[in-house]
Design a protein around this ligand. Structure first.
Ligand code: TYD
Length: 209
């Protein structure tokens, strides 16, 4: 594969979407084909799974989605995303930028929901046939502050509670510490332009390779 795979991670409301768009414009300015995508919901099947994951199943007697079911549904979304969108784009030589990827499952389903980290990792690696990003930008911020930035009413994941969000943030930081070669941790409480400047400096070197 000759393309470049980059992911953005972080708790809800840290401003990933803004930075993803800046990186898209920057890479396009260098003449690269860029594919911007997201999880959950990067494919037709994924849009249906996203609806279930974020809004649950309707009906008065519908039980909430169990943690293991949730992990499987996120992994199913990811398997389809890699097969249908990410691998074909990388094979064309494109820069693929995904708003969330495997680390979200490790942080939310293992960290937040407290499933076993190794099992969730195995599940996702199986789903993706071991595809990992070359670079992951972790936009780090106190979830109490980032949730105040959300402009929509909270969905099923966002309303999971303060302890859940704190565990998720910590799990992201632990992942970044374990894989310093892949991760760049950026203080997302800084102004948008400063956050972008840090990403741009790193991306410049990455895209020049
Ligand atoms: P996101 O699209 O970032 O939310 P929004 O459109 O509201 O900004 O992500 C949806 C939610 O799904 C978010 O709370 C994180 C969660 N999530 C997981 O729990 N596990 C996963 O593997 C992924 C990809 C997302």
């Amino acid at each position: 594969m000759s393309g470049m795979f980059v992911s953005f991670e972080g708790v809800d409301g840290v401003g990933k979407t803004t930075q993803v768009e800046r990186l898209r414009s920057y890479a396009e300015g260098l003449g690269r084909e860029v594919v911007v995508t997201r999880e959950p919901g990067g494919t037709g099947l994924g849009v249906a799974l996203r609806q279930l994951l974020l809004h649950g199943v309707s009906g008065d007697d519908a039980a909430d989605i169990a943690p293991r079911t949730e992990a499987l549904l996120f992994a199913a979304d990811r398997a389809q995303h890699v097969a249908e969108v990410i691998r074909p784009a990388l094979e064309r030589g494109a820069v693929v930028i995904s708003d969330r990827y495997i680390d979200s499952s490790l942080a939310y389903q293992a960290g937040g929901r407290e499933l076993a980290q190794g099992e969730v990792r195995q599940l996702s690696l199986w789903a993706t046939n071991d595809l990992l990003p070359e670079r992951t930008y972790l936009l780090d911020m106190d979830p109490k502050a980032s949730h105040g930035r959300l402009e929509h009413s909270e969905d099923r994941m966002e309303s999971a509670g303060g302890g859940f969000q704190e565990r998720t943030r910590q799990a992201f930081l632990d992942l970044a510490e374990r894989e310093p070669g892949r991760f760049r941790v950026i203080d997302a409480a800084r102004p948008v332009d400063e956050v972008w400047e840090r990403i741009r400096l790193d991306a410049e070197a990455l895209l020049a390779k």
